[in-house]
Every structure is written in structure tokens, then in C-alpha cells.
Design a binder for this molecule. Structure first.
Ligand code: NAD
Length: 247
């Protein structure tokens, strides 16, 4: 890890009045959740997530959705936050960051204690009925699926329940519009653990006034940021916080 880049990133954060963070699947790999595109371990190596986590498979082949796609979601639910999630929560408490925009659906920023979180791809805490909109805890849906009720039915109207994650083919939630405004009114955006291949979230760094990228691999915005740090999210954030606090 380059000390020069850590110092530059820390200076940008100290000089910024408002800093937002955009996280992707790479921040959670150290919690044991595979991302999409890391060579060798990414989910894309074995399955095409677009095929099993899409509205098309949910509507037309619910057996496949609940057998293959839903299991990818369930595998995330017992994970614990890692150093990177914890340091972001601390940086928010200390006033160095304003909030987090996350593409992740693993609830790890909440578990780490972050307060202002915009979940632009939904979450795996809740599920809702596609007919009447009734919302229930994801455990209700999981119990139904585990007992063979596929597609799982809403107890109120008998419609189909689905997890509240944004699937390929879904519209983005209101949180994305808020995220656009937050980035527009920020001095600095820090992207952590995202290849920035997924649209329209990858539009956010294009709008940023200043940009720091912490990502182990290539991203589409590498040539347009003030600093790119190619290292582990946790180690990098730890070094940045120590530098900001002058330790
Ligand atoms: P991505 O898989 O496209 O990119 C992740 C990037 O993080 C890669 O470039 C990888 O090299 C890098 N990376 C991996 N481990 C890292 C680490 N420890 N430190 C720093 N960088 C690291 O992920 P994406 O851009 O978020 O897009 C994937 C989509 O899939 C998102 O929409 C997300 O919602 C979803 N997804 C979410 C989860 C989750 O909630 N944890 C997991 C898989 C996929």
C-alpha cells in the first residue's frame, strides 16, 4: 500500500465538508461473502447472477429463482461485519463521512453500526407481496420456501411474496434518487469494493466533485479519480483513519 496515496486520500477527506461513501460487494468479501467479479471466487465463476436473480426468472420460473437465486441471498444473512464496515461506522461517528450509499444487500453496514445508509439495491431483511404490498420479515418467506411453498404466498391476499432486493429487471428504489442528490451536494465520494460495472449506480462516481477509489481490481473510473488505492478495503481504511487522526 502506497503511503503517499494514503496521505493524499486522508488530506482529501480532511479538506472535505461533506463526504459520501459508495460501497460494493468487494467490501464484504473479507466477511466471507463472495462478490460477483473477483477472479476465482466471484459468484460469476459458477452461476450467471443475471439468470437466477432476475425478475424474469422470479415471474416465469419461481422454482429456479427460489432454488438457485434465493440461496445466494440466504448465504449472506449470517455474515458479520469486517474491519472495513466497522471503520466506516467509526468515521461517521467522528464526522469524517456523512453517510453510505451501498449496492450491497447483506445488512453489514447496519450490523456495524452505521447510521445513514442508502440501500440502492434493497435489502435481505424484508420481503413483500407483489399483489398487495404487505411487508413481512424475510424469515417468514424463508420458512415458507423451506417447507416447500414455492412460490411463497402472502397470508393476507394469497399473492406471491418476494425478497425486497432489487433484481435484474427491477426499477431502483427512491434511495437511489436520494443518493444522486447526496453525491451532487458532496465535495468527495469514496468508492470502496466495486468494479463499477453495474448501472445506473456507476453513474454516481461520474457526478462526484472529487473521487477516491479503494478497490483491488480495475474500475471504469480509475482514470478519473484523484486517488486509486489497489488494496484491501479494511487495511486501507485503517491506514487512512490512523493518518487522519495523526496516530
Ligand atoms: P463486483 O463483484 O462487480 O466488484 C467487486 C470489486 O471489489 C472487484 O473489483 C474486486 O476485485 C474488489 N474486491 C474484492 N475484495 C476486495 C477487498 N477485500 N478490498 C477491496 N476490493 C475488493 O461488485 P459490485 O460492483 O458491487 O457489483 C456487484 C453487484 O452485485 C452489486 O449490485 C451488488 O448489489 C451485488 N452483490 C452484493 C453482494 C453483497 O451484498 N455482499 C455480494 C455479491 C453481489
Amino acid at each position: 500500500m502506497s503511503l503517499r496515496k494514503i496521505k493524499k486520500a486522508s488530506q482529501l477527506i480532511k479538506n472535505s465538508n461533506k463526504t459520501m461513501v459508495l460501497t460494493g460487494a468487494g467490501i464484504s468479501t473479507e466477511s466471507g461473502i463472495p462478490d460477483f467479479r473477483s477472479p476465482g471466487t466471484g459468484l460469476w465463476e459458477n452461476t450467471d447472477p443475471m439468470e437466477v436473480l432476475s425478475t424474469s426468472v422470479l415471474y416465469n420460473n419461481p422454482e429456479r429463482f427460489y432454488k438457485d437465486g434465493f440461496n445466494i441471498l440466504l448465504d449472506m444473512m449470517d455474515a458479520n461485519p469486517n474491519k472495513a464496515h466497522n471503520i466506516l461506522a467509526e468515521m461517521e461517528n467522528l464526522g469524517f463521512i456523512h453517510g453510505i450509499i451501498t449496492q450491497n444487500i447483506d445488512n453489514l453496514h447496519q450490523k456495524a453500526g452505521s447510521k445513514y445508509i442508502l440501500e440502492v439495491h434493497g435489502n435481505t431483511r424484508e420481503s413483500s407481496c407483489m399483489n398487495c404490498g404487505n411487508t413481512v420479515n424475510i424469515n417468514v418467506l424463508t420458512e415458507k420456501v423451506n417447507s416447500g411453498e414455492i412460490p411463497p404466498k402472502c397470508n393476507i391476499c394469497g399473492g406471491t411474496l418476494r425478497p425486497d432486493v432489487i433484481l435484474f429487471g427491477d426499477m431502483l428504489p427512491e434511495a437511489f434518487n436520494i443518493a444522486l442528490k447526496e453525491v451532487e451536494t458532496s465535495d468527495l465520494l469514496i468508492v470502496i469494493g466495486s468494479s463499477l460495472m453495474v448501472a445506473p449506480v456507476n453513474y454516481l462516481p461520474q457526478m462526484a466533485n472529487k473521487l477516491i477509489i479503494i478497490n483491488k481490481g480495475y474500475t471504469l473510473m480509475d482514470n478519473f479519480c484523484e486517488v486509486k488505492i489497489e488494496a484491501s478495503a479494511g487495511d486501507t481504511l485503517e491506514a487512512i483513519l490512523e493518518e487522519i487522526e495523526g496516530k
